[in-house]
Design a protein around this ligand. Structure first.
Ligand SMILES: [Zn+2]
Length: 254
């Protein structure tokens, strides 16, 4: 059996034509001269017993039923089918549910949600190195740093000072030499390691967003950096991404 036209339609609609992990907009056929990426209809449980998650019991009637399918971009499809220990059946079902809920609440209310700053949910990528952090914060106009509630003194002495350090560098990165940036990158590497040892993960996102001032006047498109540090058990963590509500406030650099 193959995926029926009806199932396919339902899968694409309920996914908002977006990858369930990175939320990139996807297309069904190759369209000339645009940047859209081809979507892939993936099986949560492979119909082959030696395929990805193929040793699990099927939770619906057929492998090609909507319940066993997930819309992903090629990159995430590959990751999900390679890292089967991370992307278990339970995890994928949960991820699919979260995504369709997000489509319902965000995209249906605001069809242009992804092109401005009004969308309510963002997906941040896991950050493991200083270089990755620097790429996110390098000469942005505005930034937002957030963390899960800190309990121990050690955590308070680690995470807020780390944000203070980043805040300082946002402004001067473009004036630093390559050597200075390399040293900073090393320093951040070791701080990230310490943060991870304490049971946290670092996520970041750099994007262009329309900025409104307090009078709701359009200030144009600005580059915005978001860095978030959460505990390993934060429910927003999906594989190498963190799904979270858009931070309400952020600090303007000027
Ligand atoms: Zn993707």
């Amino acid at each position: 059996m193959s995926i029926s036209a009806k199932t396919r339609k339902s899968l694409w609609a309920k996914s908002g034509n977006r990858c369930a992990i990175c939320r990139l907009e996807l297309v069904q056929d190759v369209v000339e001269s645009n940047n859209l990426i081809l979507g892939e209809e993936c099986h949560i449980i492979s119909s082959k017993s030696n395929g990805p998650r193929g040793d699990n019991k099927l939770h619906c009637y057929d492998y090609d039923d909507y319940e066993n399918l997930l819309l992903l971009c090629a990159n995430d499809h590959k990751r999900v089918d390679t890292l089967v220990e991370t992307y278990t059946v339970e995890k994928l079902i949960k991820l699919k549910k979260t995504h369709s809920q997000w489509v319902k609440t965000t995209l249906s209310l605001d069809p242009i949600a992804f092109t401005n700053d009004e969308f309510k949910t963002i997906s941040l990528k896991r950050i493991k190195t200083g270089k990755e952090i620097i790429n996110v914060i390098d000469v942005v106009h505005t930034f937002s740093f957030e963390n899960d509630e800190l309990i121990e003194k050690e955590e308070i002495e680690l995470i807020p000072p780390f944000f203070d350090l980043l805040k300082e560098y946002v402004d001067i990165l473009d004036m630093m030499s390559f050597k200075q940036i390399a040293h900073l990158s090393l320093e951040i590497n070791s701080t990230i390691n310490t943060i991870e040892e304490k049971g946290f993960k670092v996520f970041g996102l750099r994007r262009s967003a329309k900025i409104l001032n307090s009078k709701k006047e359009d200030m144009g498109i600005w580059d915005k950096a978001t860095i978030v540090i959460v505990r390993n058990d934060n429910p927003g963590i999906v594989g190498e991404h963190l799904i979270m509500k858009t931070p309400k406030s952020f600090k303007l650099k000027v």
